[in-house]
Design a binder for this molecule. Sequence first.
Ligand code: MLT
Ligand code: MN
Ligand code: ZN
Length: 305
Amino acid sequence: MRVRVLGSAAGGGFPQWNCNCPNCDGVRKGTIDAAPRTQSSIAVSSDNINWLLFNASPDILTQFQRLPELQPARAIRDTAVRAIVLMDAQIDHTTGLFMLREGKTPLNIYCTDMVHEDLTRGNPIFNILGHFCGVAWHPIPTATSTSFQVDGIEDIKITAIPLTSKAPPYSPHRHDPHEGDNIGIRLEDTRSGKVLFYAPGLAAIEPHVLTIMHQADCLMVDGTCWSNDEMRTLGISDKLSLDMGHLPQSGPGGMIETLRPLKAARKILIHINNTNPILREDAPERLTLKQENIDVAFDGMDFTL
Ligand code: MLT
Ligand code: MN
Ligand code: ZN
């Protein structure tokens, strides 16, 4: 299974348009050692011909241009994207769907009932797409024992893992969590038996999630904030990382401690907020991650599992 990071930043991207935190200001001016990043999404393929997208970021058109395989040019209108799996209904994971409205057939979209509800009510993207290409909705089961496959994506078994994170700020049930608001994804290559766990939004490591994380050969998990009060300390917002549904990396019970005992050969942080010090290649926090065998995703990161 080939995994391509289309985008590695959290909502807002890096740099964020209105932000002058040391990272955003520094990357804009070229005074820090850090690469700009688009908003998070990955693409996966088992044959290098047919691709499955996880989330549709507002930066999707730029991301497609950077991965020419997504346009195989077999017909006057064509795409290598067979389907899109949504992990949640957040703006940074769904509004890229608008950019795919020219599709000649309905977009194959896999998401849970809860995400479908948000995308037909609170932020009715699916209804609006109904006036263009339309949406072929495939409900995702949230029972962790139920796996599914996507047509055209052979040899990849997909299992949704319900997670504790947050429904989007616009959602009628933002403060009233429901199973299926957020999922992580377990992907198994049925030829090699290798397992990838992908969870760009992850606030609490519940026992059923930890079980799946123990099985994974590669973990790509929430890298939003280094510390819980990062945005507060910078004077940007009162919001804590955990309030937004993201487990910080540092501190007791944080992501670093969570990942330490796991056997996965690759541990990668993704969905990195522009305030996070790990965006700087030479930051002391990066050295800490290196010592823990944890990588920081970047746009264009590409590997085979
Ligand atoms: C999040 O990951 O918490 C959201 O993307 C925040 C947002 O919508 O800006
Ligand atoms: Mn986000
Ligand atoms: Zn910033």
